[in-house]
Design a protein around this ligand. Structure first.
Ligand code: CUA
Length: 294
């Protein structure tokens, strides 16, 4: 679809430039009569854009019709997405157990099934934009916006906040992964399970650090730590995610260390302090614990 729209725009641009060249290089001996001038203005300025833009609009509407819409249909899987400064909270309900699944900055979809997003914001206006799935939808405080999508092929798509929302607007990315339905069902079931208590020695030590530093004042780890007022992303299966900090860093042990120890250098303004008072051994242990939450 993008290709057709780009070609259309390029053709119009080429025509206009062609006419410009003709006008500049081949000045007619006689000035145009008023009637011919009016015909050019009406034809080129009103009629032509009206026809071309209507045709492109109709084309875009027809092509994107079955893909994205705003109406939720019965039987759609519903995914709640809440924008925060500067990350995405994502909620599912696991159909078999009815358990709520909360994660962050990552949305997984079953290929071929329609999914209805309920989009809202916890603070300022953000905009949900996954170009390969649908157009932008603004998230306005106090409202829930519906967006219905269906991924037709497996793949990984990048989403991005598309409305300036403050300092780290640029680092407010979202990963959307469309996967075969049975694989998706297994993933959702795994995400609905509570976290397993750590078994290795460094991970046990990391759990202690997590508790001592009161990480659970903001971050829940279902089964191990309930969160306080719950300001930060749920970390129950954080080790299974693809990225850290809303797409800021790929998920890796050394990035977890850097994130916790020095988040204010990695993503200045993020609503989490740098835990730079922790020594390297404690940070390593904490990162092992988080990495094992899969
Ligand atoms: Cu959220 Cu820009």
């Amino acid at each position: 679809m993008t290709v057709v729209l780009v070609i259309g725009a390029a053709l119009v641009f080429a025509c206009v430039m062609g006419l410009l060249v003709v006008v500049v290089w081949r000045r007619p001996a006689q000035p145009l009569t008023r009637r011919r001038a009016a015909a050019w203005v009406l034809g080129g300025g009103v009629l032509f854009p009206a026809v071309v833009l209507s045709a492109l609009l109709a084309y875009a509407a027809v092509r994107s019709g079955p893909l994205a819409g705003t109406q939720r249909a019965r039987g759609d899987m519903v995914v709640g997405i809440t924008a925060h400064m500067w990350w995405w909270e994502v909620r599912y309900r696991e159909p078999a157990s009815g358990r709520e699944v909360v994660l962050a900055n990552e949305v997984r979809l079953p290929v071929g099934r329609a999914v209805s997003f309920g989009l809202s914001t916890a603070d300022v206006i953000h905009s949900f934009w996954v170009p390969q799935l649908a157009g932008k939808v603004d998230m306005v405080p106090g409202r829930v916006h519906q967006l219905r999508v269906r991924a037709d092929a497996a793949g990984s798509f990048r989403g991005q906040c598309a409305e300036y929302c403050g300092e780290q607007h640029a680092r407010m990315a979202l990963q959307v992964v469309a996967m075969p339905p049975d694989e998706f069902d297994r993933w959702l079931l795994a995400q609905s399970q509570p976290a397993q208590p750590p078994t290795s020695e460094p991970a046990r030590r990391g759990r202690q650090v997590f508790e001592q530093q009161r990480c659970n004042a903001c971050h829940a780890v279902r089964g191990l730590f309930e969160a306080g007022p719950g300001q930060g992303p749920d970390l129950t299966h954080v080790g299974s995610r693809l990225a850290l900090g809303a797409g800021t860093l790929p998920m890796r042990h050394e990035h977890l260390v850097r994130w916790v120890g020095n988040v204010q250098a990695v993503k200045p303004g993020a609503r989490m302090p740098s835990f730079d008072r922790l020594d390297r051994e404690s940070l390593d242990a904490l990162a092992v614990f988080l990495g094992e939450l899969r």
